[in-house]
Design a binder for this molecule. Structure first.
Ligand code: C2E
Ligand code: CA
Ligand code: CA
Ligand code: CA
Length: 275
């Protein structure tokens, strides 16, 4: 039994070493990838439900990996968040999204851009100043910039709440992403300076077949209305879902029904065809 235990231990150790090796390798690749310009922002249109017009875009990160093809954030964002790499990566996203917003502004396009934030970025004491400096440098209208935070953000942490108020004071908008999936959703709305609720895709998916999901969507929309918050439904995939959201008075939607996230040139032609 003793030797078996020892073997198990060695085996476990070897596995840990292998995964640690993989992790470190991925971190190194991300770091190199940032310098080599392998990252790209895709844009998913945000649509007004009542008139079908594109009002903005959510910037979604992609990695054009030299050997593995185009990678989605799920393949690397967790690793970046687990290390310091989320800082340069987050900065890269911010700079690129703002410079893109400026280019849209110069074309006379009145679009908003939504940028996803990791909690770690908000917790970084330099973050607010960095955002302020970038906004000034690009000279974009802050109210066209929306930062998306998820419910992993701790509304119990006073420092985080302070940071969010400081961010808001720069004139930008703040959205709660994946709303409804966390367990303290309602208390967030009170404590945080929120402009927009993004209803999580899981509520939208099959809301027409499951009465309880539809009921939750209704409650979220009613709550948003009372609190005077904007609403965006995520993951709209069918005409029927869109019609229900129109009927319920949901302001805006994103989803494959209109478009998946696309590279910039494709997004620009969607806007041109939508005017
Ligand atoms: P998210 O912010 O909730 O983004 C929405 C995700 O749902 C995107 O996945 C999008 O492609 C997908 N989606 C949109 N419409 C539909 C639909 O109709 N049906 C289905 N099935 N899916 C839809 P993506 O691009 O793979 O991003 C995954 C997550 O990675 C994002 O979730 C976000 O949390 C994170 N992420 C993306 N870009 C960034 C970034 O720049 N910084 C940080 N910190 N996180 C990011
Ligand atoms: Ca998001
Ligand atoms: Ca989301
Ligand atoms: Ca999500």
């Amino acid at each position: 039994a003793k030797s078996k235990g020892r073997n198990n231990f060695q085996c476990f150790n070897a596995k840990m070493e292998a995964s640690l090796h993989g992790l470190l390798q991925l971190e190194q690749e991300i770091s190199k990838g940032i310098k080599a310009g392998e990252f790209e922002l895709y844009y998913q249109p945000k649509i007004k439900t009542d008139n079908g017009l594109i009002v903005g875009a959510e910037a979604l990160l992609r990695w054009n990996h030299p050997t593995r093809g185009v990678l989605s954030p799920d393949a690397f964002i967790g690793v970046a968040e687990g290390s310091w790499l989320i800082y340069p990566l987050g900065e890269w996203v911010l700079e690129n999204a703002l410079s893109q917003l400026l280019r849209w502004q110069k074309r006379g396009w009145n679009l908003t851009v939504a940028i996803n934030l990791s909690v770690k970025q908000i917790e970084n004491p330099h973050f607010i100043d960095a955002v302020g400096a970038s906004l000034r440098r690009f000279g974009v209208s802050p109210h066209l910039v929306e930062f998306e935070i998820t419910e992993s953000f701790s509304a119990e942490n006073e420092q985080n709440i302070q940071a969010l108020h400081q961010l808001k004071a720069l004139g930008v908008h703040i959205a709660i992403d994946d709303f409804g999936t966390g367990y303290s959703s309602l208390s967030y709305l009170n404590k945080l300076p929120i402009d927009t609720i993004k209803i999580d895709r899981s509520f939208i998916t099959h809301m027409l077949e499951h009465e309880d999901r539809l009921a939750l969507v209704k409650v979220i929309l009613q709550t948003a209305k009372i609190l005077n918050l904007q609403t965006v439904a995520e993951g709209v995939e069918s005409k029927e879902e869109l019609e229900m959201l129109q009927y319920l008075g949901c302001c805006c939607f994103q989803g494959f029904y209109f478009s998946k996230p696309v590279p910039l040139p494709r997004f620009n032609s969607l806007v041109l065809g939508n005017q």
